[in-house]
Design a protein around this ligand. Sequence first.
Ligand SMILES: Nc1ncnc2c1ncn2[C@@H]1O[C@H](COP(=O)(O)OP(=O)(O)OP(=O)(O)O)[C@@H](O)[C@H]1O
Length: 418
Amino acid sequence: MDNYRVIKKIGEGTFSQVTKVQSLKDGKHYACKTMKQPIPSLEQAHNLREVQAMKRLSLHPNILQLHEVIFDQDTRTLSLICELMEMNIYELIRGRQYPLPENKVKIYMYQLCKALDHMHSNGIFHRDVKPENILIKRDVLKLADFGSSRSVYCKPPHTEYISTRWYRAPECLLTDGHYSLKMDMWSAGCVFFEILSLNPLFPGTNEVNQVSKIHEVLGTPDSTVLQKFKQSRVMAFDFVPRKGCGLSRLIPHCSAPSLSLLYQMLAYDPDERISPRTALQHTCFRDLRLAERRALGLHRTFGVVEESSSSATPGSVQQFWCSTRQGRRQQLKHVAEPLSRHVLPRYPVELPKLTVGVNTPKVPYPVSSLPAFSVPHQGLLPAITSKKCHSRPLKPREEPHCSALKSFYMPPLERKEN
Ligand SMILES: Nc1ncnc2c1ncn2[C@@H]1O[C@H](COP(=O)(O)OP(=O)(O)OP(=O)(O)O)[C@@H](O)[C@H]1O
């Protein structure tokens, strides 16, 4: 950490502490995520899911960028130097009296769907989408905290407890680990509701109550769905049929298109649940898509790059927001961003290993030369290599911090309950 000056603490999770630091090399500010648990060996530092996932997914405008990895051999401490964001979504809505304008919420959700589409199409699902793991900076949204992520090619049942209870999908609650990437969309739906209403949608106090909270709003599912779940559940369950109160009563101010998308994200049956890619095509985002195309056209025609976006890649979120500001000045209505997807290979081969020098405490991380982004898909994507994934008993977040590092052990990540 010799090349960084610590400025202040900006966040704390179960597994890490996050500080704002300044690079003594380039003078820029970064976020430094230091793992609380020492990493036992160099090999395990190599194989941390969080690092591997960030390497594979980086260079997308809605994924938190990893700048450098620092492994201190003496203390066995791992620090991830990431781009600095302003706040997380929980901090954005906490204490607010009035909801955010729906258009703004949609801009966030559009970007979140882009992040999830990018993850899923690169063979990874997040498994802990929640407001605290979604960071924003000047209306640009970035998905963060990939410590729970998993390869979509890992065959269920998954033996780890995952996802924070309030955002946990029915298939995670009701089956013995038979869940897949669609669980992220359920969580994203819960976040969508929470930003719209400023309240968590299903604030269950335990797993049974969590299921009950879902049924209170959405009703009990069809017997066919339950039958599907029962096939992958050792324990029997039966629910007295119940009609839910519905979402519209809880968010009366919400427009019909947003409500329609929300219902599709919260489909009880994961097979019926909307994918991020299809969600991006939903009517709800029509204005954003149009504006995106318009701005992209502008970029192609005039090579629009404003002064403050000189470092932005063409079509990036950052550039979009600059052109949006310009658009406002021109009094254009409904201008939105050109969140164009980076042209990346869909299924890169094996995740690259970090080059961590044994004797050098600091290891530069050359993002631009990642093989994951230059090698085209040659076959099935192998699972993300993580050393061990021991299942652990449920351990609520209100209990003292788990001693194990998330990337090796997967305890539940219960959210602070207000
Ligand atoms: N790049 C960043 N810029 C600004 N703040 C950040 C950044 N990364 C993390 N934070 C803040 O620190 C908090 C904790 O970070 P993070 O979720 O990555 O840690 P964690 O230990 O994995 O947490 P969890 O308990 O969810 O597993 C975030 O909720 C956020 O508020």
